[in-house]
Design a protein around this ligand. Structure first.
Ligand code: SAJ
Length: 411
């Protein structure tokens, strides 16, 4: 079987590589020439544990190639971004499925009857059906002689939303349970037959719209629960209660499991996907919307706290510990830690020394310092990411410092 994977990012590249090592002939397609060239050399352009070795062996085996253009195949997997657009002057954001539409248009000329198209990208409800519509518009001849039921559509289209956690992608890609929704039953079953060959988790079949909504709800559930924790941190600050102790104690209850407050919610999924639900049902999605707002305003609260502490010093040196959007990764996308550090620099709150052990400073417009120097020279230490390196710091040496620990690693 030949498989084309459209989009070679954090989902497409690991998926293409896993399929290639399972013996499929895989062609990965991306619009970035640099990504295509890097992969064809057996190297990677993104950071994810063990992905380099997997891609190398997939390319060396001859089963994985990358290209700017798709070719004929039996299966097409779409793993392109589905970001949101901010509405001018409005608080809400609307989903942008133009990359999915463009990828669909791009594969249309090489599609043939019986092919299977799978959408992996997290998408607003209705996107999978939209893919089927585009195919019907551009290749009506494929639909000229309808097949007997249950083969309702000559080209099968299904949604199999990715569920992997950055930092653990390769393990979760194989081990997680999957939800697959088809535009018809055959589509779902065909997608299941493919995923069964590389997923150890259980596979559950449903409609494409339910599969789309399932994925959005998973991330919204997490966002709402993090917002609850973040709101508690503000309330506790006002009441003089230690939020970390509070949560630990409340979680001793058998049916309570409060998540951890932090400097805000980052990454390109949890801070995005809930807006797709708000956009689709603005009057009903009230908690989901407020949760987004609570999490989005948390960085501002942290910035205000640092400013208040800094005002006590003449020339404060502020050490920002961590820039990534979460622990033990290098990913800076939508990172509240980065947002806070940038604001402290822009507002000239003091001399800012940032430390990110997982980055060489290539992607920041300001210099990075090593951890020892930041700790030695800072008056104020702001813990922004709960990296393992920071958890191991000897707290004896910090007694003279003002510490703002947004992650509760030193409580
Ligand atoms: N965070 C907190 N407190 C917590 C947990 C997380 O502040 O208790 C913050 C993190 O620091 C980070 C953000 O939330 O800034 C998101 O991190 P995360 O680890 O919760 O999630 P992601 O964005 O890395 O991955 C999520 C996962 N979704 C769920 O756990 C429901 C993953 O399974 C999805 O595949 C991924 O989104 C995605 O691609 O949609």
């Amino acid at each position: 079987k030949k498989i084309v994977v459209m989009g070679l990012g954090y989902i497409g590249l690991p998926t293409a590589s896993v399929l290639a090592t399972k013996g499929y002939q895989v062609l990965g397609v991306d619009i970035k020439r640099n990504a295509v060239d890097t992969i064809n050399e057996g190297k990677i352009h993104i950071v994810e544990p063990d992905l380099d070795l997997l891609v190398k062996s997939a390319v060396n085996s001859g089963n994985l190639r990358a290209s700017l253009e798709p070719e004929e195949a039996d299966v097409f997997i779409l793993a392109v971004p589905t970001p949101f657009k901010k509405q001018d002057g409005e608080d809400t954001r609307v989903p942008d499925i133009s990359y999915v539409e463009a990828a669909t248009r791009k594969i249309c000329p090489v599609l043939k009857g019986g092919d299977l198209v799978i959408l992996e990208s997290t998408s607003p409800v209705g996107t999978t059906k939209r893919i089927a519509e585009i195919i019907k518009e551009l290749r009506p001849e494929l639909f000229d002689s309808p097949l007997p039921p249950p083969h309702d559509s000559p080209v099968h289209v299904a949604h199999c939303p990715e569920r992997v956690l950055p930092g653990h992608i390769l393990r979760e890609l194989v081990d997680n349970d999957r939800v697959i929704g088809g535009i018809d039953i055959t589509s779902a079953e065909k997608a299941r037959d493919l995923y069964k060959t590389f997923c150890n988790g259980q596979i559950f079949l449903t409609t494409s719209c339910t599969a789309e909504m399932t994925k959005l709800v998973e991330n919204s559930y997490r966002d709402v629960n993090i917002a609850f924790a973040n709101e508690l941190s503000l309330i506790c600050d006002k009441l003089g209660v230690n939020v970390w102790e509070l949560i630990e104690l409340a979680n001793k209850h058998p049916r309570v499991n409060i998540l951890r407050p932090g400097p805000g919610v980052g990454g390109h999924c949890i801070a995005v996907d809930p807006w797709f639900i708000v956009d689709a049902a603005p009057d009903q999605a009230r908690i989901i919307r407020v949760a987004r707002q609570v999490n989005d305003t948390k960085p501002h609260w942290v910035i205000a706290r640092v400013k208040a502490k800094a005002a006590r010093f003449r020339d404060p040196v502020i050490g920002c510990l961590g820039l990534a959007f979460k622990a033990n990764i290098d990913d800076l996308r939508e990172s509240p830690a980065l947002e806070i550090t940038r604001a402290l620099i822009a507002d000239k709150v003091g001399r800012v020394m940032a430390c990110e052990p997982n980055s060489n400073g290539e992607f920041t417009e300001f210099p990075l310092y090593d951890l020892g120097r930041v700790i030695a020279e800072s008056d104020i230490l702001v813990v922004l990411v709960d990296h393992d390196e920071f958890k191991m710091i000897d707290r004896e040496g910090l007694k003279e410092k003002v510490v703002i620990d947004t992650r509760g690693i030193w409580r």
